[in-house]
Design a protein around this ligand. Sequence first.
Ligand SMILES: Nc1nc2c(c(=O)[nH]1)N[C@H]1C(S)=C(S)[C@@H](COP(=O)(O)OP(=O)(O)OC[C@H]3O[C@@H](n4cnc5c(=O)[nH]c(N)nc54)[C@H](O)[C@@H]3O)O[C@H]1N2
Ligand SMILES: Nc1nc2c(c(=O)[nH]1)N[C@H]1C(S)=C(S)[C@@H](COP(=O)(O)OP(=O)(O)OC[C@H]3O[C@@H](n4cnc5c(=O)[nH]c(N)nc54)[C@H](O)[C@@H]3O)O[C@H]1N2
Ligand code: SF4
Ligand SMILES: [Mo]
Length: 735
Amino acid sequence: MSEVHPTICRVCAAHCGILVEVEGGRVVDVSGDRDNPLYRGYICPKGRALPEMHNHAGRLLHSMKRADGGSHAPVPHEQALDEIAERLRVLLDRYGPRSIALYAGTYAFMYPIATPMAMSWMNAIGSPMRFAPATIDKPGKGIAMALHGRWAAGPQTFADADTWMIVGANPPVSRSIGAPPNNGSGQLHHAVRRGMKLIVIDPRRTEAARLAAVHLQGRPGQDPVIIAGMLRVILHEDLADRQFIEHNTRGLAQLARSVEPFTPEIVQQQADVPAGLLIQAARIFAAGPRGFAVAGTGPNMAPRGTLSEYLLLCLNTVCGRWLRAGERVPNPGVLTPAFLPRAQAMAPAPGWGFGERLRVRGLTATAAGLPTAALPDEILLEGEGQVRALICIGGNPALAWPDQLKTVSALRQLDLLVSIDTEMSATARLSHYVIAPKLSLEQPGHTLAIETLSGYAYGMGYEVPYAQYAAQLVAPPPGADVIEDWEFFHGLARRMGLPLSLDSAVPWIAGGGAAPPVALDMDRRPTTEELLDILVRGSRVPLERVKSHPHGHVFDDEPVTVLPADPASTARLELSDPVMLAELEEVACEVQHASPEPAWRLVPRRLPDVYNSFGRSHERLVRHFAYNPAFMHPDDLEKLEVTAGDLIEIRSDHGAILGIAEADATLRRGLVSMTHAFGDLPGTGGEGEAEQVHRAGSNIGRLIPTDRNHDPHCGIPWMSALPVSVIPVRLRAAR
Ligand SMILES: Nc1nc2c(c(=O)[nH]1)N[C@H]1C(S)=C(S)[C@@H](COP(=O)(O)OP(=O)(O)OC[C@H]3O[C@@H](n4cnc5c(=O)[nH]c(N)nc54)[C@H](O)[C@@H]3O)O[C@H]1N2
Ligand SMILES: Nc1nc2c(c(=O)[nH]1)N[C@H]1C(S)=C(S)[C@@H](COP(=O)(O)OP(=O)(O)OC[C@H]3O[C@@H](n4cnc5c(=O)[nH]c(N)nc54)[C@H](O)[C@@H]3O)O[C@H]1N2
Ligand code: SF4
Ligand SMILES: [Mo]
């Protein structure tokens, strides 16, 4: 007899409401939940693969320990924790807390207790070395928001937008940013049908761009030029919201001077965007009257990503795209404390230059976190403060970080590398210990993490007060020895005699949660339920009420309106941050002395059926591609005398990889568009390079140096618009 339960899919950060069929204690089927008020039956192939994920032969059911020869064997998790605690104690004694670093990767986010528990453990040992993917993802966001200042009431919403601008994001595939997370594709289609005018800036005619009223398919890496050009049109044509600007901002005159060089003709010359289309985009966006502009990974990974994000905030502000007093607050909070915002600016804050100082490249903590791209150097650089141990939760540095070869040699050099991973990922294979975790349906959870995303970035998280609770649905398979990610840190703390407390803080919410952290009783193992409760203490809607709606619910019964500004508040949004405007001036100089465009540039993209490095061990998710194709325009392939499926060599000034050519007519010419976190460890498998590429794809991180061409503040290297050369492999020998 089977039972069907509503729950949350935690394979990705869209957190769709789904139905799971359980038979004999096993997950047998998954489908969309039509009774879920937000997701309305939506599901993607990754969600459909949940049964395979839970019952997969490659899933780790026991923790693993590496022997001297490099092979791994199962170890009881209690023994692994004993040994890890002992090794950490020795490192702490000998080298101090800074020798121990933590990396909370993509899957740490899916389990709301994991990161707060890990942070508490890091507090207890006194180590500041906490890293996350944010600084190799969209670091420009946190930093630009700090420099510009935030608008306390938040932006106008997608739901009633007349116009919407997406810069280098593709929500139909990423279901992450640029449209609400519940069915990005459906959301965009619906909005365009009701008359919303979409503007997309992307070098590829993406699924999103196909719906756009205006698609600016310019050169990658030219977003500062394009956005500055739009600002100039808006200021010249007097389309700005003068009243909003006058009351809430400072620095318009300097901004206007700084964007002056970016005439439509200059933008056309530099970014290859037709002048007429640029003007049209600027007019549509400024006309609104409601809407917002949001950027994804594309511009953040390209050179000057922080500047792109900063100019985009200026564009939103100049057009007055923020909620005003008396308007309805779209999401007054559900599992977070009641959000009763005022219509006022929050003062700008430093973007970098505070907190922990790294020993390399003059980098410091930033408003987006510590620079992850510099962690391999912190491991490799000997001397006081050297990082000697790394604990990695649900992340895969060996495939996902830039400069793969340096990253792997750093990981190999660690005295202690511990991964919490569901499978023997590339990073797990380098780890001294791999802790086998419970999967999502084997533990309870809720949507708190997704709700907090709106604090991380405008245009993420829920636009409505939605929440769902997910009960544990199945037990781990018989004989399995698996724990929840948070239990690892709790177990370590108990062994090391450290006190822990739980804060609702997620790393990107400065200042932490609303209530003080709750000290945990270290004499016993708390239940996950207790901890989930602690995380949401003080929430606007009690968790019990959320639980009483198993299909999820929109708690919009008590409308909340934006309060007027506090008359005493003097904070203003900053339109003329000196560092940002100096960077824009550099861009203007470069435009004057334009160097010739390189033959090819590498740009990132996401594949629908895999999630970064995850998903490739599941057959149904790699039925289209087992590898990451090197997508190029068909005319470019023809020019190279290459056909789809041929091997090409892609070379940067840092490294070279093989790729398998694939035609994609939606791309601009002159680009190679490839997904990250594919490939394998260097020199494994005993196979040739070409065989490895067909089996596992190519690691584009090998093309990306981290010690030059990086953002001076957050350290993100050029991960988009990277100049490369491309030659067919058949010609390689002749070169
Ligand atoms: N299916 C799936 N979903 C995912 C993921 C996944 O791997 N697979 N990963 C998740 C993660 S970790 C993240 S951070 C999000 C990312 O979510 P998104 O930011 O939406 O990621 P993409 O879909 O790659 O969209 C990036 C777009 O930027 C464009 N682009 C590249 N360079 C430039 C540039 O210089 N300027 C401009 N304007 N555009 C440029 C690319 O052509 C591409 O269309 O997705 C999440 N969702
Ligand atoms: N060149 C280039 N590099 C990039 C990007 C790019 O576009 N181009 N994108 C960047 C971005 S946006 C990001 S976010 C990073 C991602 O960087 P990471 O987060 O380091 O990499 P992932 O591949 O997401 O790692 C996820 C790991 O979690 C494991 N896992 C899966 N399910 C579970 C689970 O339930 N529990 C636990 N504990 N583990 C699980 C998977 O097996 C996998 O090993 O990569 C970045 N790197
Ligand atoms: S988009 Fe797919 S993987 Fe992501 S939560 Fe929804 S069903 Fe799961
Ligand atoms: Mo990401």
